[in-house]
Design a protein around this ligand. Structure first.
Ligand SMILES: [Ca+2]
Length: 268
């Protein structure tokens, strides 16, 4: 009881002080809010440093990009020139390439249990390949558009240009769950090429040099990465659109549509 009385007494005395110093308190609150906002913005955006450059085919309209055991796998788009290819992750030298039928516009690519999964834009068709021979083992179907593709060791994760990411069973493409990607309560749209890194999904934002790092459980944005300083972008088409994570070596690579280089980057 004594403690409660002392607490009430303190509140009353504080109230008196506040009323006498109202303007000072408002100014102080404004400064706290301003510096918190500035600090929050600064923490939410990071910039990369180039570690290494590797040659990239400047005719490749990159739509899907991954790395596994010293080999890059890439899906390139456009009607009439869509392809699946793999090349040495150190030299950039081409190892294997196949072309898709002209009617397909290839999109996202991922590798799960030694199978390559490749999306197509508007055909509703996903090709499943043997990662060594590139032979098609299965063709799966889905509704809507296909943009980016990644996985969390269990489920495939697809983007379709909106702020929704869909988790699907890799055997049937049955929808398991969806997340809505938001930043400060607002939708983060145009999610394109994807990469699962730890518990985050990294997503290229179409037509920008930004990558959104997303909490894969909640869909909330964790931070932005601004690749403006290394971007080869000159117009609307040749944008950043490829993130590959080497889990074994903890290395991150990025490239873009028609870019001359792949960049190993550090964010430290
Ligand atoms: Ca990727």
């Amino acid at each position: 009881m004594i403690l409660i009385c002392k607490f009430l007494s303190f509140i009353l005395s504080l109230r008196g002080f506040l009323s006498r110093s109202k303007n000072c308190v408002y100014a102080l609150l404004f400064l706290v809010f301003f510096f918190n906002s500035f600090n929050s913005f600064a923490q939410e955006t990071v910039t990369p440093r180039i570690v290494k450059k590797i040659p990239h085919d400047s005719n490749a309209f990159t739509q899907g990009f991954i790395v596994d055991k010293g080999v890059f796998y890439e899906s390139t788009g456009l009607y009439g020139s869509s392809s699946l290819r793999k090349y040495n992750a150190y030299s950039g030298k081409l190892i294997k390439k196949i072309s898709l039928e002209d009617k397909f516009f290839a999109e996202g690519l991922t590798l799960l249990n030694d199978k390559l999964y490749q999306l197509t834009w508007k055909s509703g068709v996903m090709f499943v390949y043997d990662k060594t021979t590139f032979e098609i083992e299965k063709i799966l179907q889905y509704g809507g558009e296909g943009w980016g593709l990644t996985h969390n060791d269990k489920y495939l994760v697809m983007s379709n240009g909106s702020n929704t990411l869909k988790f699907r069973d890799p055997k049937t493409l049955r929808l398991i769950r969806s997340i809505s990607v938001t930043h400060n309560g607002l939708p983060v749209k145009n999610l394109n090429e994807l990469e699962f890194i730890g518990n985050e999904i990294w997503a290229n934002i179409w037509k920008s040099d930004l990558v959104a790092c997303i909490n894969s459980d909640t869909g909330k944005l964790v931070r932005w990465i601004d690749f403006t300083s290394i971007s080869e972008k000159t117009g609307d088409e040749d944008v950043l659109n490829g993130i590959a994570y080497d889990k074994e070596k903890d290395k991150i690579f990025v490239t873009g549509k028609f870019w001359n280089s792949i960049y190993e980057v550090s964010l430290n």
